[in-house]
Design a protein around this ligand. Structure first.
Ligand SMILES: [Zn+2]
Length: 271
C-alpha cells in the first residue's frame, strides 16, 4: 500500500498528527504518498523529537506545517535549557506550539509541573503569535482557567481530540477555541466527542488523525497498520475516515464539509 484514491475533488486537511514518529515511519514505509491531503500539522512532543519534526518535508501535494512543544506526558524529562531550545524551533518557521496540555488521566504524574510547563508554553505562543495545539484529559476546569487567566492568544487555539462536556466546549469557544476530531470518535461509545461534533459551530471545527495514536475502531480502519510489537497504529490516510465521520454526524455532504474545514484550517494555521 503506497497511496490512496481520495474522493474526487475533496481536499483533506489534518490539523494534528505526528508524522515524525519512528514507529509510524517504519509501519507506513518511506514511499507512502499522501495524495488528496493538502496539509498536515506535524506535532512534536518533547525536545528529543523536535529535530525530526523539522526534518519532515512537504511535497508538491502535501504541505507539512510544523508544531513544537512539550506534551504533558513528557514534562518530567526536560533538559534545563528546554525553553531556549523550544524558542529556537518556534522561530524557525513554526505554525503552532504543540503538542502541549494537561493530563489528569495518567496515573503517575506531577500536576504542578504539568501546569507550569503548560503555562510557560502558552506564554511562548503569545509572544511568538502562534496557535497552541492542546491535549486535555480529565483536566477541563484547569484548562479553561489557564486559558482564561493566561496570556492573550490572538490567533486562537486548538483543542485536539476534544472529549469534554458541551458546557466546556462552549467555554472554550468563548475564549477563541477550535476543536478537532479523528475517526476515533466513530465508536458509538464516545458519546461526549460525538455530541461535541454535532454541537460545534461550523467555523470552529477541524479534522485530524493524531496518527499514529487514537486508532479508530478496527472494523472502520481502511488502512490498518501495526508497529513491530503488533500494536495497531493510526494511519495518516485515515483522515478520509475522519471527514466521512464528521459529514455523517453533522448530516452534511462530504464536499460541503470539506470546503468549510479547509477554510477553518487555513484561517487558524495559515492566516
Ligand atoms: Zn497528538
Amino acid at each position: 500500500m503506497s497511496s490512496i484514491t481520495p474522493v474526487e475533488g475533496v481536499k483533506y486537511f489534518d490539523a494534528h498528527l505526528h508524522r515524525q514518529d519512528p514507529d509510524l515511519i517504519d509501519a507506513i514505509g518511506p514511499e507512502v504518498k499522501f495524495e488528496g491531503i493538502k496539509a498536515q500539522v506535524c506535532n512534536g512532543t518533547r525536545p528529543d523529537d523536535w529535530q525530526a519534526v523539522q526534518d519532515v518535508s512537504s511535497t508538491d501535494e502535501t504541505t507539512v506545517l510544523k508544531a513544537y512543544g512539550v506534551h504533558p506526558w513528557c514534562v518530567d524529562q526536560l533538559p534545563v535549557d528546554w525553553e531556549s531550545q523550544l524558542r529556537r524551533f518556534l522561530k524557525s518557521g513554526a505554525a503552532s506550539v504543540g503538542e502541549i496540555g494537561l493530563d489528569h488521566w495518567i496515573q503517575v504524574r506531577d500536576d504542578r509541573l504539568q501546569l507550569e510547563v503548560f503555562a510557560r508554553q502558552l506564554q511562548m505562543a503569545h509572544e511568538e503569535d502562534l496557535v497552541p495545539s492542546i491535549h486535555c484529559l480529565r483536566a477541563w476546569g484547569l484548562l479553561v482557567d489557564s486559558i482564561r487567566t493566561g496570556p492573550a492568544l490572538r490567533r486562537g487555539f486548538l483543542v485536539h481530540g476534544f472529549g469534554g462536556s458541551k458546557e466546556v466546549l462552549f467555554q472554550l469557544l468563548d475564549l477563541g477555541g477550535h476543536v478537532s476530531f479523528s475517526s476515533y470518535a466513530s465508536d458509538p461509545g464516545r458519546k461526549r466527542m460525538r455530541d461535541a461534533i454535532r454541537a460545534c459551530p461550523e467555523d470552529r471545527l477541524l479534522a485530524e488523525t493524531d496518527a499514529p495514536d487514537m486508532v479508530p475502531p478496527e472494523d472502520l480502519c481502511r488502512f490498518p497498520i501495526k508497529d513491530a510489537q503488533g500494536q495497531r497504529l493510526h494511519h495518516p490516510l485515515e483522515i478520509q475516515s475522519s471527514y466521512a465521520m464528521l459529514a455523517e454526524l453533522r448530516q452534511l455532504p462530504l464536499e460541503e464539509l470539506a470546503v468549510q474545514l479547509e477554510k477553518n484550517f487555513r484561517k487558524l494555521f495559515m492566516g
